[in-house]
Design a protein around this ligand. Sequence first.
Ligand SMILES: *[C@@H]1O[C@H](CO)[C@@H](O)[C@H](O)[C@H]1NC(C)=O
Ligand SMILES: *[C@@H]1O[C@H](CO)[C@@H](O)[C@H](O)[C@H]1NC(C)=O
Length: 319
Amino acid sequence: MRPQITVVLLLLLLYYYYYHYYYYYYYYYYYYYYSETDCQCRQMCFVRPACASASFSPRTGSCHLYRRVALRGGLLPDPEQVYHILPGRSGHGEYCSSPGDCLQPGDRCLGYSCQESEHLTCRVLKDLYGVIESGVHWGGVAGVTMPLYCDMVYQEGGWTLLLAAGGATWNTTSALWRPDDENIPDPSRPFSIYKYADIIASSGIINGTDDFYQIDVYDVETISGGTWRVPRTESLLGSSASAYQLTQENGRQYGGWKLSKANPVVPWLASGVDPETFISVSQTPDIKPAEGVLLGAAPGIQKWGGVASSGFVAILIRE
Ligand SMILES: *[C@@H]1O[C@H](CO)[C@@H](O)[C@H](O)[C@H]1NC(C)=O
Ligand SMILES: *[C@@H]1O[C@H](CO)[C@@H](O)[C@H](O)[C@H]1NC(C)=O
């Protein structure tokens, strides 16, 4: 054998033992490697049958190979790390980045999680996946993956931001659907996924025993508003006012906002009645200053109980 070939074979043998020894040694943890690029790191995972996922840090060049895929709730967002999954390796409730990642029949990849349901609201993230940090999380509604703003602290957490009026101008289209430009919903910037309000309201994860959802409406600047318990039968997308009144018995108020003279009703789409009001909690949103305008055409006309708010109104749903 020519000496050059012997050297190459020896190197290959060393290469083989080096990787496999360390890889299997760290059975439960991971294999750690330095790689030049993200692509190289993924390749490292790809060539090893036991590797299920890999994370790469472009800053340090560290490439971690894992034998398992992280649980959706357990994976903390780390802007320094890029996380990859080998196709067909994600179990139920585990992280995924495309439909082909999920193993279990019937599972779909929604909001970066392999799950059966076509909804992944903030409440599911809290109750099922144990996510406890407020802020933006990937979720999904009606089979569509989208970033959601979640309040995980107020009253048991699990609140999904439906709408943030944020002092902008609005129309009947944007009132229902106005995703954040940068995919980072925030209660103090214009945002709406209100068209999904009823879908979220009826997506209940607790069977039978809980026939209510909760809504919370508040002025973002003064942190004053109210929280109510609403039967699932009540629509938030109705075009006429509900008769279901929100009272002291089924809710609570906080901060300076007062209930209107007549008790407010479940939020509804008032645009057919008053061209300048899109979402109202008043039974008769006639002319300004109306009682209970949550979202109007112009910024700063939000009023509730006769008290003008700053125009920064947020509507959250817990379901
Ligand atoms: C409604 O408002 C959105 C957001 O400002 C805007 O992009 C859209 O063109 C408006 N639509 C109409 C019909 O005015
Ligand atoms: C909820 O209902 C579904 C379908 O009816 C059922 O498969 C599931 O086991 C129920 N879950 C609980 C916790 O009762």
